[in-house]
Each structure stands twice: as structure tokens, then as C-alpha cells.
Design a protein around this ligand. Structure first.
Ligand SMILES: Nc1ncnc2c1ncn2[C@@H]1O[C@H](COP(=O)(O)OP(=O)(O)OP(=O)(O)O)[C@@H](O)[C@H]1O
Length: 359
């Protein structure tokens, strides 16, 4: 799968801009703030229907404008695919494939697999469990559309159950039958998600470990540990047994929305005990493992976005990663960096075509 051309209209700091892309390596270079990351984010937008960096749609529209359009022409399985994402202020975003709007955006997820490596990934280590669940969900969803549908259904039911708990707090009563329906639905969807997350981790863990060994020079042991309340008890029982607590907090305290993925190094949390270098290697290994996993699941080579890669790694490691595109197992690569010379010196060593875009 190759992104052949990209055009932007009123997208973040760009008024109109278009790029004819190289099938292998595309480098966006320029000073701080010129919009290098925004170009990569536009490519991300075409795959996921949203920004990686700013999920508030209206804030992706150029200041002072009313709408944005991002358009990409791809070649996938020898077919041309045109994807257009557009958003107007105060209106629902539209994603079209070959002129036809998607009714549900979830149907588009996974069609154009993509992995991004960015300095913003450090949130995975420092932020709460929510970011790590999103990572896990993102990886699984790109290869399994039924997973995403189940997750959307789970979240809808969860919101309904929480509303019921709030209603109870205000009125001291609620419909027991309705609660039982919500409990049964959460149990059904939640059990599927728990099962799929567990299976995912079993496959993902060895891939991740292999990637970590290949990019770090150390011999520390890394692991990813899936934590879920459903490991001790089925969800239906948890919901029934903890209704008292839920009534007090007006919130559902048990379920897969409380899952976490623990990042460990030599048996300790990497957040507290990993060096800066180890944390960077850990995150890159995680993302490269995501690449491997999606490729194995979907049979398609994901697009790889390397945002501000020198921020994360020294030149030798960057070279090592970029050399991966030499391997037939890698597809198209997008790189952003402030230093044109540094980037070009590295990509030149790879025996692939490349284009430099100076912004
Ligand atoms: N909605 C918007 N309208 C206009 N400009 C915007 C909008 N959103 C972001 N920007 C501008 O985009 C610029 C940031 O772009 P971006 O993050 O792509 O820069 P960069 O070239 O990657 O910089 P760095 O090298 O510092 O990472 C900023 O100047 C910011 O003000």
C-alpha cells in the first residue's frame, strides 16, 4: 500500500499544499513550527479519521477558516483508492472513500494500516491507564473490525449504566430490569474484549521482546503485563457484587474500562526505574512490534510515520531503523526532522528512493 499524493486545504497551518510522494521514503524538513508534524498528522488523519495530536476536530481547521480538507490517493492491491477527510465548523466530519461517505468511521479503521512513532508517545509511559488501553485497542482494531464494534457497544452501554446510577443518586430509585439489561450487555461485550486483549498480549509480547533486543544494546528483560479485574472474576458477578459502591460513586467501578497494561523492565515499572534511553527504546520497540503485528494480521505493510525521530534516538539508532525499509518487509516511510543534512545523510545510506520536502 502506497500513498501517492497528499493535498491539504486549511489543515492546521497550511492553506493549500500538495505533495507528490515517493513510494519508499519521504522526508519533511524545516525549522521548528513550520508544519512538519502537521503533514505527518494529515497522513495519520487519512488512516484514522482523526488527528494523533489534537483530537478536537475544530482545532485542526486553520485559524480563521471554516473547514479543512485532507485528500490522499493511495495504491492498494493494484487499485487506486481516494480518501478524503473533511470537516466544517460545528458539523460532523466526513470521510469518503472513492467519493462514497462512510456511515460509520469504524468501517474505515484498518483499511489503511499505519504506525506512528513520535515524541508524544512518551504519554504511554507517563500518563494514566487510558492511554495504554487506547494503544492496545488501536493495535487490535486495525486488524479486527469486530473488536472495535464490540468496544463501541461496550462504551455506549457503560455510558447508559452510568447515567442510570446518576439518576438513582438524584431520585433514590431506578428500574432494576434496565440495570440487569445493562449488566448483561456489559458482561457480554466486556468478556469478548477481555478475551481478545488477552489473546493479543500472548501474541504481541514475544514480538515486542524481540524488537526491544534488536534496538537496545542492553540485556535487560522487558515485559508487558495485562491487568484486568476480569482475571479474578467474571464481569457479571463483579457488577452485581459492587452495585453498592457504584451507587455511591455514581459510576461503574468494574469492567474492562479499568484494564491496564503495565510496562516493566527487569520486573519494575519503567516509568520509575527505566533510564531515559531505556524508555525511548521501550517505546520504539512497542511501535515496531505494532508494525509487525498489524502486518502479520492484515497482510498489508503499514505506512510508518517517524515524527521528530532524532529527538528520540541517536543517529546510529535512527540509521538502524531507517535501514529497515531496505528490508522488503517495510513499506512507505515518512520522516520529519529539523535538519535536512542529518536526515539526508541517513536516508542516502539506504538503497531506496527518497524525496526531501523542504517546508
Ligand atoms: N488550527 C491551526 N491553525 C493554524 N496554525 C496551526 C493550527 N494548529 C497548529 N498550528 C500551527 O502549526 C505549527 C506547528 O506545526 P508542527 O507541529 O507541524 O511543527 P513542526 O514543523 O513539526 O515543528 P517542530 O520542529 O517544533 O516539531 C505551529 O506554528 C502552530 O501554531
Amino acid at each position: 500500500m502506497i500513498l501517492q499524493s497528499l493535498s491539504l486545504l486549511n489543515y492546521k497551518n497550511f492553506e493549500t499544499e500538495s505533495f507528490e510522494l515517493d513510494p519508499k521514503i519521504n522526508c519533511f524538513v524545516g525549522n521548528n513550527g513550520v508544519g512538519k508534524t502537521n503533514v505527518l498528522d494529515a497522513v495519520y488523519h487519512l488512516s484514522f479519521g482523526k488527528s494523533y495530536f489534537n483530537p478536537i476536530t475544530s482545532q485542526n481547521i486553520k485559524h480563521g477558516e471554516e473547514f479543512f480538507v485532507v485528500e490522499g490517493t493511495y495504491e492498494k492491491n493494484d487499485r487506486a483508492e481516494k480518501i478524503v477527510v473533511s470537516a466544517k465548523k460545528n458539523q460532523k466530519k466526513i470521510i469518503k472513500r472513492n467519493g462514497k461517505p462512510y456511515e460509520k468511521f469504524s468501517e474505515h479503521i484498518g483499511f489503511l494500516p499505519l504506525v506512528i512513532i513520535s515524541p508524544a508517545d512518551r504519554d504511554l509511559i507517563i500518563e494514566g491507564s487510558d492511554t495504554r488501553r487506547k494503544f492496545m485497542d488501536g493495535v487490535i482494531s486495525q486488524g479486527d473490525s469486530s473488536y472495535l464494534r464490540t468496544l463501541i457497544n461496550y462504551n455506549k452501554t457503560l455510558a447508559q449504566r452510568n447515567s442510570l446510577l446518576k439518576y438513582f443518586a438524584a431520585n433514590s430509585t431506578f428500574n432494576q430490569d434496565t440495570l440487569e439489561i445493562y449488566n448483561a450487555q456489559l458482561n457480554e461485550y466486556g468478556s469478548i474484549i477481555y478475551q481478545k486483549r488477552s489473546e493479543f498480549l500472548d501474541i504481541f509480547m514475544p514480538i515486542f521482546k524481540k524488537r526491544y533486543v534488536s534496538i537496545s544494546n542492553g540485556n535487560e528483560e522487558v515485559s508487558l503485563i495485562y491487568k484486568s479485574q476480569l482475571q479474578d472474576e467474571n464481569l457479571l458477578t463483579l457488577l452485581q457484587n459492587n452495585l453498592g459502591k457504584d451507587k455511591i460513586t455514581q459510576y461503574t467501578n468494574f469492567g474492562i474500562h479499568k484494564d491496564d497494561l503495565l510496562f516493566e523492565i527487569d520486573g519494575h515499572p519503567i516509568k520509575k526505574f527505566g533510564s531515559q534511553g531505556q524508555q525511548k527504546s521501550y517505546l520504539i520497540a512497542l511501535k515496531l512490534a505494532q508494525f509487525d503485528f498489524i502486518k502479520d494480521q492484515s497482510g498489508v505493510l503499514p505506512i510508518l510515520l517517524l515524527d521528530d525521530i532524532f529527538d528520540k534516538l541517536d543517529e546510529e539508532r535512527v540509521e538502524q531503523i531507517i535501514t529497515l525499509v531496505d528490508d522488503e518487509n517495510f513499506g512507505q516511510l515518512f520522516i520529519s526532522d529539523t535538519h535536512a543534512d542529518r536526515t539526508e545523510a541517513v536516508v542516502r545510506k539506504v538503497h531506496q528512493t527518497y524525496k526531501m520536502f523542504r517546508l
